[in-house]
Design a binder for this molecule. Structure first.
Ligand code: MD6
Ligand code: FE
Length: 222
């Protein structure tokens, strides 16, 4: 992966303590590399699928995991609700990308020190896919979540830590944007109520749809 470019002052915004949006953080080359990597993981060892929900439904978003496999509501090393395969390892280049994300989001050269994400959920949105308000709380670590968006623009709804309803702030996440969820915002509710089809640049390698990568530290061993 190339070097992260961030023009400070070019729209970096702290929505709440620890929750930072950095527009245009990924270069086109980085977006292309991420799309290619995600395309590979989507094929296997545990193929991308619509995650089954405990009450019998399925998510409209399609998800593939690396490092650890997430299904509602636990992490395992094997994709037991897909094909039982052990998921692909979490690559070191993505650890480094996550560390650079924290440095740039928090404008602090030391913010990435000691950050070792060990899983990523890779979400793909096509058609009418969306994601309801939720907290990411299966991790036994309060380390930040680093979110990267590629492809179609979406509305990202950033809420509060108490309830899945108002108050919340809607932000548009555009291809290349970084969003870091840490500190006092780590367990805030959030969701994706809308994706705008056809707004992404096919030059990323994504002909359509929206890709979102969230890296996390699970706090699990083994
Ligand atoms: C998405 N993102 O942007 C879904 N979770 O498609 C998330 O659910 C998310 O962006 C935790 C932290 C950042 C996120
Ligand atoms: Fe989430």
């Amino acid at each position: 992966m190339g070097t992260a470019v961030t023009a400070d002052g070019a729209g970096r915004r702290e929505l709440a303590p620890g929750a930072v949006h950095v527009p245009g953080w990924l270069t086109m080359a980085q977006q292309q590399e991420l799309v290619a990597a995600c395309r590979g993981w989507a094929r296997g060892p545990a193929p991308i699928r619509h995650t089954k929900l405990p009450r019998g439904g399925v998510m409209s978003v399609q998800t593939v995991c690396i490092g650890w496999h997430w299904q509602p509501y636990a992490y395992t090393r094997t994709a037991d609700d897909v094909n039982g395969a052990r998921v692909a390892p979490f690559p070191h280049w993505m650890v480094e990308l996550g560390r650079r994300a924290l440095v740039d989001a928090y404008q602090d050269e030391t913010a990435g020190d000691g950050y070792t994400p060990d899983t990523a959920l890779i979400n793909f949105y096509d058609g009418q896919a969306k994601l309801g308000m939720h907290q990411d709380k299966e991790e036994r670590s309060g380390a930040p979540v680093v979110s990267l968006s590629i492809g179609d623009t979406c509305v990202f709804r950033f809420g509060n830590t108490e309830t899945r309803s108002k108050p919340y702030t809607d932000v548009e996440l555009v291809s290349g944007d970084l969003f870091v969820f840490g500190g006092a915002s780590r367990f805030a509710y959030h969701g994706v109520p809308k994706v705008y089809p056809g707004t992404g640049d096919p030059a990323t390698g994504l002909a359509g749809g929206r890709l979102n990568i969230t890296m996390r530290a699970t706090g699990l061993n083994g």
